[in-house]
Design a protein around this ligand. Structure first.
Ligand code: NI
Length: 486
């Protein structure tokens, strides 16, 4: 019974993803009704020059989970400042509101992003926030705009020509909502904090869960036709709309051929050539990237002839396919860390599948090879996570040495924990989004090599026994011989 329902879910999601392409996105499922006028097209982030992704996170130390990713775009500093400030504001507010919560189930804050527009004329960053306080996810969106001419960043209401225009828009939106049986909305700027244009130039106004009507409705949005909204727009708003209209229809990511560029050292250390039953092996794993310091880490690993496993977050991976190709080309293994780093154990089967399939598709399109390893965010799994993984041909990988590098941003401390914890067959957890971690790696490599270790990818630890789909590998090679968790 359960299995049948699950297959149905997979098929539906696959159809949805295929129909919408990579750029339309509903990774954790907040577009209940895709297509039609309220649909916004998003720019393929890898097409935006000078884009890096930043991450704010918190692991299990504070009794809550936090993962916030946001983009930073070269040459748009006022926008970057506003987006970063908004991310920090949401983190502060969440910390304040969760102080009194107990440990289980852990409250969670998750923020990812999309770009409704990104051109010289205008940029929009849409931050998608999910909050979990013990029962359901609540979702909210906020879109921050940037005008290429004035070099100013502003909230969505800056698309409008002042307070009177906001009043006029609230009236138009209210009429539409009332026609659908919902209540109207007042001219409150907080309610109009996420607006963008569809491909016809209509203004799409979207509301957070519970802002308009019942919480169970999910995303509620209204599109106000271009002709009606025209008199309400500010000068920046008109330029933003032109930029949105001028954007070429999104094209799917092409799959360039991967040219391996193994260094001689790395070649002597290729998959299959190391017998970890006879050699002291250790697997360095880097989660949450690629990020601003990943290229530096790749340089370090290449210079040392060491290989590692990268568990990449889909939203970051989609933004930086160049770094993924480098990882793969230089002999590292690229795995998945879900689309946006939500605790998968708090999601339904269909949403788990959505998050994993979307990431698998992105990595496959970039690397020409389907990843088989997933590290579940926060190491959290459920029966549903295991069942979905099995269906998708995925092995789940946790760790046995935690450097706690997200908490202690000191290269010396991180290196010490990695070296002290290492043992033959160990899987060491680190995060390449932190500069201090990347700075710790040269010392880790040198000291562990001094102790006779060889650096391998995770599957090499298991040698000819291989790794099975739908199985959790809670720790390194010795732990893998234990019974699987089902
Ligand atoms: Ni993580």
């Amino acid at each position: 019974m359960h299995k049948m329902r699950f297959f149905g879910g997979i098929a539906l999601i696959a159809a949805f993803v295929a129909g919408c392409g990579m750029t339309t996105a509903s990774p954790e499922g907040d577009h209940k009704v895709p297509a039609e006028p309220t649909k916004i097209d998003f720019v393929t982030p890898s097409a935006v020059n000078g884009l890096v992704t930043r991450t704010l996170g918190e692991g299990d130390g504070g009794g809550r989970y936090v993962h916030i990713t946001y983009p930073e775009i070269k040459g748009a500093d006022p926008l970057n400042d506003k987006v970063r400030q908004e991310a920090e504001r949401q983190l502060r507010a969440f910390r304040e509101s969760t102080v009194k919560h107990g440990p289980a189930p852990r409250p969670e804050l998750n923020v990812d992003w999309q770009l409704p527009v990104a051109s010289d004329a205008a940029i929009a960053v849409r931050l998608r926030t999910g909050e979990f306080y013990g029962a359901n996810w609540g979702n909210a969106n906020r879109t921050i705009w940037y005008d290429g001419r004035t070099k100013q960043a502003f909230p969505s209401t800056g698309l409008l020509d002042g307070e009177a225009a906001l009043g006029g828009l609230a009236e138009k939106v209210s009429r539409r909502l009332e026609a659908r049986g919902s209540g109207g909305v007042g001219a409150n700027p907080e309610l109009f904090d996420s607006m963008a244009f569809n491909r016809d130039g209509d203004l799409v106004v979207e509301f957070d869960d519970c802002q308009v009507g019942a919480c169970s409705l999910g995303r509620v949005a209204e599109a106000v036709p271009a002709a009606e909204v025209e008199p309400l727009l500010s000068a920046a708003g008109r330029r933003a709309r032109e930029a949105a209209r001028a954007a070429a229809p999104p094209t799917p990511e092409t799959t360039p051929k991967v040219t391996p560029t193994h260094s001689p050292e790395a070649t002597s250390n290729q998959a299959g050539t190391v017998d970890c039953a006879k050699t002291k092996c250790v697997a360095l794993t880097f989660d949450d990237g690629p990020g601003p310091h990943t290229a530096m880490l790749l340089d370090t690993l290449r210079d040392a002839g060491a290989r590692a496993t990268f568990f990449t977050v889909g939203v970051n991976a989609a933004a930086r396919p160049d770094l993924l190709r480098r990882m793969s080309g230089e002999g590292h293994l690229v795995g998945s860390h879900s689309w946006a780093h939500r605790d998968l154990s708090k999601l339904s089967s269909s949403k788990i599948a959505d998050s994993l399939i979307r990431t698998q598709d992105t990595l496959t399109a970039t690397l020409g090879e389907r990843p088989t390893l997933v590290r579940p965010p926060y190491g959290a799994i459920s029966k549903d996570v295991v069942a979905v993984s099995k269906e998708l041909g995925i092995s789940l990988v946790n760790w046995d040495v935690d450097t706690r590098d997200w908490r202690d941003r000191k290269a010396g401390v991180v290196a010490e924990r990695a070296v002290k914890g290492a043992h033959p067959g160990a899987i060491i957890l680190m995060h390449d989004i932190h500069r201090t971690t990347v700075e710790a790696v040269p010392g880790v490599l040198k000291r562990l090599r001094g102790k006779g270790y060889t650096f391998v990818t995770v599957p090499e630890l298991y040698g000819s026994a291989g790794m099975q789909a739908g199985r959790l590998y809670p720790s390194g090679a010795s732990g893998a011989r234990k019974q699987p968790l089902t």
